[in-house]
Each structure stands twice: as structure tokens, then as C-alpha cells.
Ligand binder design. Structure first.
Ligand SMILES: [Fe+2]
Length: 270
């Protein structure tokens, strides 16, 4: 949080989640016919022109499609002028070491945790080298358990590229988070509000539960068709997710689509 801009704990926190930007070293690089760098610029323009100014940005993986230093540098150049902290987790397309080197420090953070008012943001690494699916592993789960114990009096937002639940889309669920159930089991024990948000699936999804809820955000470029058994592109435009985190554990979150409507998912008690 930048000096002078840190919200007081009694105020809500506004986050802007951008995911699966899939940038390339080549600024004209495309994913399914969409120039990803241009698409990100349009998303940013519309997202910042509407709604409350974000206190922080959250990038939930596949920041680069090609894992190149140039792609991460472009993200830094695009987002640095906003003067807001940018929290990142790697996706399956990312090159975690290059990402951490280019996007570590100077207002950017890859992995670890951050304090956001009454909430703690936990940034988990589910990248498995050379594989589309995700895994946290026993060591990371043990660390998470310790982190949760230390944060027992705080609400928690977990960011992880691969969603920990199946979405009902066979080809996507086949490359999900291998130890998603183990993650949910640990998060389910947390006594305060606990939200999980992911990317990877290039579509909006929400699985509300009593206190532990799982969300995904659409990509800032191409989308996949919800419920499709096999690979299928969706006609929906680039999108993003907004978050409002309240000090008492309530959340408001909504998905927005470029140049079209917004879809509130849920606003309920923790
Ligand atoms: Fe992706």
C-alpha cells in the first residue's frame, strides 16, 4: 500500500482482478485471434473509468503466454503508473522465476501474503513445470495451514491460478488443481471469512458456500464456453472481476465485460 493511500481498517477495500492476460514478447501477439496486449489496454481503460478506484490489483496467473521477460516488463509498464500495489500468482503459462524477477518489488509482489485492512491476501503458487494442471504440494499446504493459524482473527482472500473445484466442463476440469480438495479442507477450518479466487478457466464462476466461497474471473482476452465437454471458445468479450472487501468479512464481487453489462454474483454475510 502506498503511503497516504492506505485505507483505514473501517473502510472497504476495492480490488481489481485481472487474469489470464496472456501477453507475449511481441506486442501484437494473439490468443484465439485476440491481440492480448491491446485487449488488456482496453480492459484497463474501461475498468479504471468505471466504479471505485482500486486500492490494489490482483493478477491471477497466465500473465505471460510465452513466459518472456518482455511480456512481464510490459505489465509493469502498464500498471506502475496507477500507483497501486499489484499482487501476482503464476499460472501454467508463466515462467515463475522470470515473473518473480521482473514483477518482484517496486510496488509488485509475486507470492507470499499481504495485509489489506481487516483481510489477509494469500498468494499461492500452483504452477507445475510443463503441465497445464496445477498442484500446491504438501509443503505449501503445510505453510498455508501455519499461515491460517497465525491469521485466525482475520478474513482471508486466497489467490491461486487453478480453481480448487471442478466447473462442470470436462476438458477444463481435467487440468484443474490436483490438490484442490486438500486446499479447501484446510481453508474450511478457518474461523473467519475465506474467499478463493482463480483464473485459468477463462470464464466467470462462483460457488457460494456458507463461509468459504470460490470464484473465478474471466480472462482479459479470450473466453472458454461454460459447461462445454470439449474445448470451445465463448463469444463473451474480455472481462475482469471487481472485489469489495468489508472489515466485517462481507464481500461484494462482480464480473464486468468489456463494453457490456456487469453481473453481480453475490453480496452476502460472511
Ligand atoms: Fe489462461
Amino acid at each position: 500500500m502506498h503511503p497516504g493511500t492506505a485505507p483505514q481498517p473501517s473502510q472497504p477495500l476495492h480490488l481489481l482482478q485481472l487474469t489470464d492476460t496472456h501477453l507475449f514478447a511481441d506486442p501484437l501477439g494473439e490468443v484465439y485471434g485476440i491481440r492480448t496486449s491491446e485487449s488488456l489496454a482496453r480492459v484497463l481503460g474501461q475498468a479504471l473509468a468505471s466504479g471505485p478506484s482500486p486500492d490494489a490489483l490482483l493478477l491471477t496467473g497466465d500473465v505471460a503466454d510465452d513466459g518472456s521477460e518482455a511480456a512481464y516488463l510490459r505489465v509493469r509498464e502498464r500498471l506502475s503508473p496507477l500507483g497501486r500495489p499489484v499482487y501476482c500468482v503464476p499460472g501454467n503459462h508463466d515462467e515463475p522465476r522470470t515473473m518473480a524477477r521482473v514483477l518482484g518489488g517496486g510496488g509488485f509482489q509475486v507470492g507470499g501474503q499481504a495485509s489489506l485492512g481487516a483481510w489477509t491476501l494469500l498468494l499461492l503458487d500452483s504452477h507445475v513445470p510443463g503441465e497445464p494442471h496445477g498442484r500446491l504440494g504438501e509443503a505449501a499446504l503445510a505453510r498455508l495451514e501455519a499461515d491460517l493459524e497465525a491469521q485466525a482473527d482475520r478474513h482471508v482472500l486466497v489467490a491461486v491460478h487453478h480453481p480448487p473445484v471442478p466447473l462442470g466442463s470436462a476438458w477444463i476440469d481435467a487440468m484443474g488443481l490436483e490438490d484442490g480438495e486438500a486446499l479447501l479442507e484446510r481453508l474450511g477450518r478457518h474461523p473467519r471469512a475465506c474467499m478463493v479466487t482463480s483464473g485459468h478457466v477463462h470464464q466467470a464462476f462462483a460457488a457460494p458456500r456458507a463461509r468459504l466461497q470460490v470464484f473465478t474471473s474471466p480472462s482479459t482476452c479470450a473466453q472458454f464456453a461454460p459447461g462445454a465437454a470439449d474445448f470451445e471458445l465463448d463469444v463473451r468479450p474480455p472481462g475482469w472481476r471487481r472485489w469489495t472487501l468489508w472489515p466485517d468479512g462481507r464481500i461484494d464481487t462482480a464480473v464486468h465485460w468489456l463494453d457490456v453489462d456487469e453481473r453481480p454474483d453475490r453480496a452476502g454475510p460472511a
